[in-house]
Design a protein around this ligand. Structure first.
Ligand code: FAD
Ligand code: NAI
Length: 475
């Protein structure tokens, strides 16, 4: 007889494993199926985020930033470093250890919460109003049944047409996180989040990095003022970004890869790189689910079609995370996972898409929540803006990192905070205050009147809020 569960989650990334834990907390018998394998063929739950995304990229960003600081920033603090060297193997090994700690942590959490874990691929056998049957193909094959299914199968890197990833010369995020020797010349196609983060890692470690971007504007989704500031700062670091290019032939050789493109002046260019990262977005992953076999509806771009509550067209089948519409972010996937588990329990799970923060973990970091100035203009919303530079913040001076600013956008009439944008040190941490403010529909004056610790970077947030009313105290 097949095993029966209240809830089966397909995919153990941040969306899936969190959905499974929340469902178990709510008293449901729950299983999670995930097929990711570690190098020994064992289970490695955590999905893209844990294995080849958020976690390993942040580990390498941290290590490479330490290396850059030791080489370039310590001297200013009176710390003299002689014989600085790079042990890339050890750096990559540390990253792998951090990943494994996270894989193991998730397996521990499954045990703690009594979630049954299946290592293998899940695919639909049957899905109707009487329940669902899922085939699990792992070391062994078995069928399990459930009343509710949550699909959290994530996304895969998008390849350039006709240019397959070989992960040796032409790298997706997977290869970009595991280059065994620092390339002399590294090409990156796509100046989005991955291109900038991975470009930063390898530039800090010594590569000459060229980023080729199709769009004429740098970081089009970011507030323009913040994007311009970031572009200036990256250029100073030596991260060259060519905007408005049209990529032509990409030809891998024995040891290098040639990229032909037309630059923004219309001139044909040819560049030869030791490695090429292609980071031009990601596509939803429904491979092997047997979606068509059970009539699961996809939209025109291949995402699983869901309503505002993450319900698919099939009864009691839900879908969350990268495989559905909305930003491809781990915390968005997690929030949807919790909300769906709560909806299954008859509760009112809710995800506020207006207050999902974005962070780009470059140096300086870029973080934002809510509307950009260009969006407010386009929507015809009357707003007030206030900015404060880290140059005028005591803690930033003490840190030795005074680049960037905090920017507040507030409703001209009600003063409600509509967006907060930061480029600067620890922007990833600072943005949380803005998220809380927006979640509670605070005004900029609310933030301006709250006592912030001195000296702290968060004082820049308070000062930017004060600047909305043109009453900054320290600038
Ligand atoms: P995934 O994490 O992709 O997990 C899906 C899981 O399902 C995988 O383990 C997969 O093997 C499994 N699976 C798929 N099909 C099946 C099947 N049929 N049966 C069984 N298992 C299956 N986001 C952030 O918020 N912050 C960051 O800093 C960040 N950094 C990133 C850096 C990089 C380099 C990349 C590539 C992404 C990054 N992201 C980041 C995005 C983030 O990784 C994704 O948004 C997130 O992983 C989506 O979670 P998910 O659960 O929807 O899917
Ligand atoms: P992206 O969407 O961030 O950026 C892709 C870039 O490639 C865009 O600027 C686009 O204009 C450009 N592009 C597309 N086609 C092109 C072409 N043919 N030639 C040149 N440029 C082209 O996608 P990316 O960087 O691949 O990352 C995928 C997703 O992963 C992100 O959107 C984000 O959701 C997630 N992610 C999140 C991170 C974070 O939260 N810190 C870090 C890394 C990834």
């Amino acid at each position: 007889m097949s095993k029966n569960f209240d809830v089966v989650v397909i995919g153990g990334g941040p969306g899936g494993y969190i959905a499974a834990i929340r469902a178990a907390q709510l008293g449901f018998s729950t299983a999670c199926i995930d097929e990711w394998k570690n190098e020994k063929g064992g289970p490695a739950p955590g999905g893209t985020c844990t294995n080849v995304g958020c976690i390993p990229s942040k580990a390498l960003l941290q290590s490479s930033e330490h290396y850059e600081h030791a080489g370039h920033a310590f001297a200013e603090h009176g710390i003299e470093v002689k014989g600085l060297g790079l042990n890339l193997g050890r750096m990559l090994g540390r990253k792998d250890t951090v990943v494994k700690q996270n894989n193991d942590g998730i397996l521990y959490l499954f045990k703690k919460n009594k979630v049954t874990f299946f290592h293998g691929r899940g695919s639909f056998v049957k899905a109707d109003a009487n329940g669902c049957e899922i085939k699990v193909a792992g070391a062994a094959e078995e069928n399990i049944t459930a009343r509710h299914i949550v699909i959290a199968t994530g996304s895969n890197p998008r390849a350039l047409p006709g240019v397959a990833f070989d992960e040796k010369l032409i790298l997706s995020n997977t290869g970009a996180l595991a280059i065994e020797a620092v390339p002399k010349k590294l090409g990156v196609i796509g100046a989005g989040v991955i291109g900038l983060e991975m470009g930063s890692v390898w530039r800090r470690l010594g590569a000459e990095v060229t980023v080729l971007e199709a769009l004429p504007a740098f970081l089009g989704a970011v507030d323009e003022q913040i994007a311009k500031e970031a572009q200036k700062l990256f250029a100073k670091q030596g991260l060259a970004v060519d905007l408005g290019v049209k990529i032509g032939a990409v030809t891998p050789g024995k040891k290098d890869v040639t990229v032909e493109y037309v630059d923004n002046k219309g001139n044909a260019q040819k560049a030869v790189f030791d490695k090429l990262i292609v980071s031009i977005g990601r596509v939803p992953n429904t491979i092997g689910l047997n979606a068509e076999g059970v009539g699961l509806k996809l939209d025109e771009r291949g995402f699983i079609a869901v309503d505002g509550d993450c319900k698919t067209n099939l009864p009691n089948v839900w879908a969350i995370g990268d495989v559905v519409r909305g930003p491809m972010l781990a915390h968005k996937a997690e929030e949807e996972g919790v909300a769906v588990a709560e909806r299954i329990a008859g509760q009112h799970g809710h995800v506020n898409f207006n207050t999902i923060p974005w962070v780009i973990y470059t140096s300086p970091e870029i973080a934002w929540v809510g509307k950009t100035e260009q969006q407010l203009k386009a929507d015809g919303v009357a707003y007030k803006a206030g900015t404060f530079p880290f140059l005028a913040n005591g803690r930033a001076r003490a840190l030795g990192d005074t680049s960037g600013m905090v920017k507040f956008l507030a409703d001209a009439k009600t003063d409600e905070v509509l967006g907060v944008h930061i480029v600067g040190p620890m922007a990833s941490e600072l943005i949380s205050e803005a998220v809380v403010a927006m979640e509670f529909r605070a005004s900029s004056e609310d933030i301006a009147r709250i006592c912030h610790a001195h000296p702290s970077l968060s004082e820049a947030t308070k000062e930017a809020a004060l600047a909305v009313d043109k009453r900054s105290l320290n600038f």
